[in-house]
Unconditional design. Sequence first.
Length: 277
Amino acid sequence: MEKIELEEVKRRELDLLINFKKLCEYNDLYYTLAGGTLLGAIRHKGFIPWDDDIDVMMPRPDYERILNNDIDTSILPDYIKIISWKRGNLCFPFIKMIDMRTKIDTKFYDSKICDDHIWIDIFALDGNSDDDDKTRRLYRKSTKLREKIFIRIADVSKGKSTIKKAIKPVVTKCANIVLPINELCERIDSNAKMYGFNDGKFIGGVLWGYGIGEKIDRVNYMKPIEVEFEGHIFNAPSNYDEYLSGIYGDYMVLPPENKRVVHGVEAWIMDGEKLNE
């Protein structure tokens, strides 16, 4: 295998995003850029310079079609695969599109449990209550369940002390016996669907989101605009300002250098061939 640098990782992620857009158009699915990817498109017209992943979000009904394999994937290249907890090949409660020609090391998760290919994340948007207190409780429950996943997928070979290295395998094994990852993902997914996507005024990423700041108007979300990302055009919600402000505050101001988080993923290609420029 040949190790690749960050810029090549980003090119591969962009290739996945381009193919995801084609998949959505082919199957009449609605999507938009999400999180730091949407912020990058608005502020930088591409990746945030210190970021190294891509996120997209979809209305729950469209997301479910991918989750339940109710789409035509024949348009995708052979090296691209869609994985999810429901298909039994992902340890997170959402969907990923991966490049099978690659390998990665996240340095945090056990690669024997979690998939280890370059990816993009695909998240569902679900209904939120009009009552902010109820919405906060919904997100809090999701966060608590999410923390249990990290216990189960931790790399047991790593720890800051000998004691932690000794305890982690026992804790991880016991946690997976009591509540396996797939059952935990199902609980998180069920909690996220408490309010139907089309039932109320507001929606948000309960499944794996940022909290109540992500709560946005549903109707305006479903009015797409086009934004540039790394020289290509993708969908963004017309109320992107509401969404980004709720998550990041004054999102056009660069954060201080000590807040510019890099995921630190190491990646390799298995075929030795780089993407065409």
